[in-house]
Design a protein around this ligand. Structure first.
Ligand SMILES: C[S@@+](CC[C@H](N)C(=O)[O-])C[C@H]1O[C@@H](n2cnc3c(N)ncnc32)[C@H](O)[C@@H]1O
Length: 237
């Protein structure tokens, strides 16, 4: 793991911007790292990374900050406009010095409430300062980023047609508590991915109930993990 990646600061409500309701869809930074790393190893600079359920944009932000050269471009989409707007801000925050300076000023402005909050936001500000060389490096790797408000199954044909490279899908499925799945059920969405020849790879975190509806077969690994989370991975042969 890159020593500049300090997962505790990528946890929800610290370094990255959030939006109203995003508390309910918080995701593990370590897991985000592992998922992006898995896709990056196979893509090796040739494919697009796409997070179809981006929420606040943790997964694409980790990709943009630490794995930019592993992908031709990074795409993120979500059915919620607030989520998409936050993803745009978080992708900028990790790959644009001006956007990072804006976040730094905001974080510094959160101090002055009480000693605990001062310490907390002071640590985030110090981490962001430590991250500036990474942000500068990410800025110098001019990869395309696409962030759009779209339902996952509607965005696939657009991306498959326009990206012009294999798609590496990495995502955290809506699981019902804080984020309801809109549109078709997850098995239909995932089948659409497998049926699309330009999809080279899928790594989806979901619930065990969702996992039970997803297909087995060649290239598929399905496993139930900790904390009620399951994971469905597909690698095209
Ligand atoms: C579990 S959250 C993702 C959280 C994200 N990993 C993060 O760190 O913020 C799932 C997201 O899927 C979105 N969503 C629900 N149904 C969708 C659909 N059919 N297509 C695209 N996005 C959808 C929700 O708005 C929500 O932001």
């Amino acid at each position: 793991m890159d020593p500049h990646f300090e997962p505790e600061y990528f946890a929800h409500g610290r370094l990255l911007w959030r939006f109203e309701g995003s508390d309910a869809v918080r995701f593990s930074p370590r897991l985000a790292w592992g998922m992006v790393e898995g896709a990056a190893e196979i893509s090796a600079g040739a494919g697009w990374l796409w997070d179809p359920f981006s929420g606040a944009g943790l997964i694409p932000a980790v990709a943009r900050a630490f794995f930019a050269s592993a992908f031709v471009g990074i795409a993120a989409s979500d059915a919620s406009l607030a989520a998409v707007e936050t993803t745009v801000k978080n992708l900028a925050l990790v790959s644009d010095l001006e956007a990072a300076a804006k976040r730094l000023a905001h974080v510094r402005g959160l101090r002055g409430q009480n000693p605990k909050s001062d310490r907390r936001w002071g640590e985030v500000a110090a981490y962001l300062e430590r991250l500036l060389p990474n942000i500068e490096a990410a800025a110098s790797i001019a990869r395309e980023a696409r962030v759009e408000c779209a339902l996952a199954h509607e965005q696939l044909p657009r991306l498959a047609g326009e990206a012009g490279a294999a798609l590496y899908i990495v995502g955290d499925a809506p699981y019902g508590r804080g984020s309801e799945l809109l549109g078709p059920p997850i098995d239909a969405i995932v089948q659409g991915w497998v049926d699309e020849p330009s999809v080279a790879y899928v790594d989806l975190v979901c619930t065990p109930q969702q996992l039970a509806t997803l297909s087995a077969g060649e290239g598929v690994t399905a496993r139930s993990g900790r904390g009620g989370r399951a994971r469905w991975t597909y690698v095209r042969a």
